[in-house]
Design a protein around this ligand. Structure first.
Ligand code: NAD
Ligand code: G6P
Ligand code: MN
Length: 435
């Protein structure tokens, strides 16, 4: 019987997770689900936790759902530990996004200055969780959803030494569904190969007859006649430059908009900033509405409104990965995992986000090889930036942090990098014990 612990259990995404377990009840012999949070999230935990209990009951299951602020009790003898916490909650994200924008720079909570600060706040916490896991559940799998998922996963594997870590994101799932829909071919009849790093990956697609369909999809999704459809609720739907994507020969992920059409994205973000409607601010309102719904003692299923969050299909990643490990299902998934030569342009010991089957012993990535020159340089820059962020987070190293800011393509270098860094360090002081 399985014990699953979820850190950040008070998240409004928890019903998504519970629904995913219920869908897989025949393959997941769950006995206990432990939802853990901290004092600041106590009320959210109680509300969404009660909702989780109702969902389990309505499904006729006898799973125990425990709500606790005691992380050690939750981790004790756990088989799987999933993480979906946000250090500093949404108020910290508002600062991540707004402070850079107040200087005319993209904040972006996973890729930009905001994302680097989310990493600074989160990495010490994930390493603390791993210390507890070494003592309390040495055989458990760590399923990380906490953003920036790539950097947090790399910190867990490379610096925490927790090899049984899988980093997950819902973006690839959306791209798979989008391709299936555009081609009119069931998803299971297509073969996908993703490679890159979290929120910065590309993919190629083949059909059952062995024909590559990537170029056709580029035309269907990003062609001149199309309006460059984004399936991501959290990303402004600005069109890519068709000729550029066509030349690339791979499908970009939604987050590539921040790089390929940075000025468009910045312009839109500044407009949101001026209206007091940055994504974090919008999400804060959505979250409040969701928790009002969750308070309804008759609500015992995931409400439709949760689809307004960017993380839809989250459970198709988390719960499926757990089911695939537990049953050695070998589901083909996109996971942030140790590179080990999968992408030859990047170091062996870094974490990459790539396709492959999930076995009982973890993810086995398909070989990708090298990127074309148009993608090679930028991915190496991005990985170097990530490695520098992680080092800065662990050492509390100001110089390294400044270096990371300078390397990050979304942050201008020089005095602007320093101004932003200094202002964010002050704003987030209480959550940055290492600095
Ligand atoms: P949220 O603001 O609701 O935070 C979730 C919970 O974490 C809160 O209840 C909070 O109290 C708790 N928390 C904060 N610090 C904690 C700590 N030290 N220990 C335990 N719990 C702690 O966040 P959210 O918007 O629901 O998102 C949750 C997380 O999942 C974020 O990190 C977000 O970036 C991530 N996310 C990732 C993906 C993905 O694709 N990987 C998708 C969606 C969300
Ligand atoms: C996408 C990304 C997540 C990110 C989310 C933001 O789903 O994959 O990593 O956390 O969007 O959504 P939000 O609703 O919080 O803006
Ligand atoms: Mn993601």
């Amino acid at each position: 019987a399985l014990k699953i612990a979820t850190i950040g259990g008070g998240s409004s995404y928890t019903p998504e997770l519970i629904e995913g377990y219920i869908k897989r009840k025949d393959e997941l012999p769950i006995k206990e689900i432990w939802l853990v949070d901290i004092e600041a999230g106590k009320e959210k935990l109680e509300t969404v936790g009660a909702m989780a209990k109702r969902m389990v009951k309505a499904a006729g299951l006898d799973w125990e759902v425990h709500l606790t602020l005691d992380r050690r009790a939750a981790l004790k003898d756990a088989d799987f530990v999933s993480t979906q916490f946000r250090v500093g909650l949404l108020d910290a994200r508002i600062k991540d996004e707004r402070i850079p924008l107040s200087h005319g720079v993209l904040g972006q909570e996973t890729n930009g200055a905001g994302g680097m600060f989310k990493a600074f706040r989160t990495i010490p916490v994930i390493l603390g969780i791993i210390e507890d896991m070494k003592e309390l559940c040495p055989d458990a799998w760590l399923v990380n959803f906490t953003n920036p998922a790539g950097m947090v996963t790399e910190a867990a594997i490379k610096h925490g030494g927790w090899k049984k870590t899988a980093g997950l994101c819902n973006v690839p799932i959306g791209h798979r569904k989008q391709a299936a829909e555009k081609l009119g071919i069931p998803e299971d009849d297509l073969f996908f190969k993703f490679a890159g790093i979290n929120h910065f990956h590309w993919h190629r697609v083949w059909d059952k007859q062995g024909n590559e369909r990537t170029q056709e999809l580029i035309d269907l999704i990003y062609g001149p006649q199309e309006d460059s459809e984004s399936h991501l609720k959290n990303i402004h739907n600005a069109p890519f430059h068709y000729e550029q994507i066509k030349d690339l020969g791979m499908l970009p992920c939604g987050y590539h908009r921040y790089y390929y059409i940075e000025d468009e994205m910045l312009k839109h973000s500044i407009e949101e900033f001026e209206k007091g409607e940055t994504r974090a601010q919008v999400v804060k309102e959505t979250e409040a509405r969701l928790f009002e719904l969750y308070k309804d003692p008759n609500l015992d299923y995931k409400p439709k409104e949760l689809e307004q969050r960017g993380g839809t299909h989250y459970s198709d990643a988390a719960c499926e990965l757990i089911a695939s490990i537990h049953n050695d299902k070998r589901t083909d998934m996109v996971v942030s995992t140790e590179n080990n030569g999968t992408i030859t342009d990047l170091p062996y010991d870094c974490v990459v986000e790539v396709s492959g089957p999930v076995t009982a012993h973890g993810h086995e990535p398909y070989n990708w090889g090298a990127f074309p020159p148009a993608a090679r340089g930028i991915i190496q820059v991005m990985k170097g930036m990530e490695e520098t962020v992680i080092r800065a987070a662990i050492e509390g190293n100001y110089g390294a942090a400044l270096h990371a800011f300078t390397i990050n393509p979304l942050v201008p270098g020089g005095s602007m990098a320093k101004t932003l860094l200094d202002e964010l360090l002050i704003a987030h002081k209480e959550h940055l014990p290492n600095f």
